[in-house]
Write a protein that binds this ligand. Structure first.
Ligand code: DI6
Ligand code: FE
Length: 395
């Protein structure tokens, strides 16, 4: 056992509050937190543990980035310039750029190439304290490339981070299949084998006027349900398609983006216990002006998560800490809501209840920061105070 002491803990225990413990300690047994509390109340078994003194550093739960598109080939920086010259994200997509451009580059990349680039990106997230990471497919849009992306995502586990994989073949129409209903049939056909191979933890889709309709998404979700897989949805990012209501009717783990979410959508998510994943990086990069309905989500008691949405087009950021700041500045979350969004509620958006808080019994995933108060993590930007990161009890 290891005893980490001399810590200022932000446990995030319970439903609200930082859960601050000024002279705190963590007793770690293998990959679990055995005991968490004030140093003055250490249990007797702590006497045998190896002691590590943190000298007053801040400790928070490890960060959970619950929405990324980390595995892909190519670059889309040129589109950044096109948008600066006035083209919209939707215009670029309709002209065959956007997601389709990344699909072309991903299809020609080997598994080793995809692993090499995704490894660099994952390392950047890890360097800011990420201990659990979700990765979506969706830049293959054919059976072989979707499988390759998911295998690469799984292999990132070797970096000492927990990876959850999401099947997002219903992300865009591939050029060889102009009929959306035919493509959705293929998306449903490919899923069982990938699930059988253990490559899929959840199923996602892009419900949007430039992507798939609620009726098409429902066919994908029906297939997921038959296989016992949970679902999530890219919903109401550019327009209100009623996607959140549909996802809630399948008890979705999360609906993500949500700038155009309606009051009915908020209600449906609240009733289903679906997490709202807000993605300030995409909002910022696309210079959106429609804000997600944060006050309504709060009032309805919908748990709010935040994530990087790392992807080469709409959110090419690898900084979860910057997302904390942007969630506060752009979306008016409190620093505590933002940190909960990147820890306990991010975990919930992945269906994980064993991490995200510093509480006995949870996984020993935590971050040690060279800063005095957790609100500093959200207030500063462009600065990384991470001192050490512990994943499953190991540094
Ligand atoms: N919404 C997003 O933010 C990403 N996918 C999606 O459906 C962006 C994907 C991309 O532009 O490559
Ligand atoms: Fe996304």
């Amino acid at each position: 056992m290891k005893l980490w002491r001399g810590a200022r803990l932000a446990t995030l225990a319970g439903e609200r509050g930082w859960g601050l413990i000024d002279d705190g300690a963590l007793l770690v047994d293998g990959d679990r937190l055995r005991w968490v509390g004030p140093a003055a109340e250490l249990p007797p078994e702590a006497a045998e543990a190896e002691v590590i003194d943190l000298g007053g550093a801040l400790v928070t739960p490890g960060l959970v980035d619950c929405h990324t598109h980390l595995v892909y080939g190519g670059s889309r920086a040129l589109e950044f310039e096109q948008r600066l010259h006035g083209a919209s994200y939707a215009d670029i997509a309709k002209a065959g750029g956007g997601i389709r451009a990344t699909v072309a580059a991903t299809r020609v990349a080997t598994e080793a190439e995809l692993l090499a680039t995704a490894t660099k990106r994952a390392r950047a997230l890890i360097a800011e304290g990420v201990t659990t990471l979700e990765v979506k497919s969706g830049y293959g849009l054919d059976a072989a490339t979707e499988a390759r992306m998911l295998r690469v995502a799984r292999r990132l586990t070797g970096l000492g981070v927990t990876v959850r994989t999401t099947y997002l073949a219903a992300h865009a129409l591939p050029p060889e299949c102009p009929d959306a209903d035919d493509y959705i049939a293929a998306v449903c056909r490919w899923l069982p084998e990938l699930a059988e191979a253990g490559l899929v933890d959840a199923v996602d889709a892009f419900c949007e006027h430039i992507a798939f309709s609620p009726a098409q998404v429902a066919r994908v979700f029906d297939t997921a349900r038959r296989l016992g897989l949970p679902v999530k949805l890219h919903a109401e990012q550019l327009s209100d398609q009623g996607g959140a209501g549909l996802a809630a009717s399948y008890r979705a783990l999360s609906c993500d983006h949500l700038e155009f979410l309606s009051p009915a959508g908020v209600q449906a998510m609240a009733e289903a216990g679906t997490v709202a994943v807000l993605l300030p990086g995409a909002y910022y990069a696309l210079r959106e002006t429609q804000l997600p309905p944060v006050a309504a989500l709060r009032e309805a008691g919908v748990p709010i998560a935040i994530a990087t949405d790392h992807n080469p087009g709409s959110s090419p950021t690898l900084s979860p800490l910057l997302m904390l700041n942007m969630a506060c500045v752009l979306f008016r979350l409190t620093p505590e809501e933002a940190l909960r969004g990147l820890t306990v509620n991010g975990a919930r958006a992945l269906g994980l209840s064993d991490r995200g808080q510093l509480v006995a019994g949870q996984r020993a995933d935590f971050c040690i920061w060279d800063t005095s108060h957790p609100r500093e993590l959200a207030a500063c930007f462009g600065h990384n105070p991470l001192q050490q990161r512990i994943h499953q009890g190991e540094s």
